[in-house]
Design a protein around this ligand. Structure first.
Ligand code: GRF
Length: 227
């Protein structure tokens, strides 16, 4: 059973999807804490309703990013979190934090990375950029987080078509539906110890007998053969 900490700033629909997947037994794990930098985030209400500790820590209450990150790490460690899931968390985590939880932080992005990602690309801006570009497909990406915004190794992606009649809202809704399937799937694979980071690539290991260990194995490039 993995212990999951969820970071959210907004509505928390991905949190909801992860909670449902845990409840259905699809993820061998449970969400043990939800943290938001936005005290008004609906994600916090969802957590409270599910009986999960919900912590609001407004970033403006901290003198700088390092102090914020240190407090966040302290909270997550106090709940003995194995995996940190960022779900629309509107704070960039610094290198120190990323290092503390190396290979154990996931993020979801509402487009097909490495396109339409990076600093300033969030929410409706992403969908507007996709529509403006004339792309015929978009989708969502679950990836491990590193110091670069939207820059870590890609775990899973889902593709959705962009229709001629699409608006930001209709495209966002189609992508959200896929997010709610994709994120729980990535968390499940992590819990089954089936994710292996090989350089920039994440290998999904085949399902085997139940494993003692959970999480990821990290091997250097060249050691593993990716097909
Ligand atoms: C999602 O669209 C996700 O891709 C992005 O932020 C949004 C979070 O939505 N990173 P929610 O709070 O899970 O509803």
């Amino acid at each position: 059973m993995i212990r999951i900490g969820v970071l959210a700033s907004g509505t928390g629909t991905n949190l909801h999807a992860i909670l449902d997947a845990c409840a259905r037994g699809e993820i061998s794990g449970r969400v043990v804490v939800v943290v938001s930098n936005n005290p008004k985030a609906r994600a916090l209400d969802r957590a409270r309703r599910a009986g999960i500790p919900a912590v609001a820590m407004h970033h403006r209450a901290f003198p700088d990013r390092d102090t914020f990150d240190a407090k966040l790490a302290e909270i997550l460690n106090s709940y003995e979190v194995d995996l940190v899931c960022m779900t629309g968390f509107m704070r960039i985590l610094g290198p120190w934090f990323v290092n503390q939880f190396a290979g154990r932080i996931m993020n979801i992005h509402p487009a097909l990375l490495p396109s339409f990602g990076g600093l300033g690309m969030y929410g409706d801006r992403v969908h507007k950029a996709v529509l403006d570009s004339g792309s015929k497909f978009s989708g969502c990406t679950v990836h491990f987080a590193n110091e670069a915004p939207d820059g870590g190794p890609i775990i899973l992606q889902a593709v959705v078509p962009v229709h001629d009649t699409d608006t930001i809202e209709t495209l966002a809704a189609r992508i959200a539906q896929e997010e709610h399937k994709l994120y729980p799937q990535a968390v499940r694979l992590f819990g089954e110890g089936r994710l292996q980071i090989v350089g920039r690539r994440v290998r999904v290991l085949p399902q085997g007998p139940p494993r003692e260990t959970v999480g990821i194995t990290e091997i250097s490039e060249g050691e593993g053969q990716l097909g």
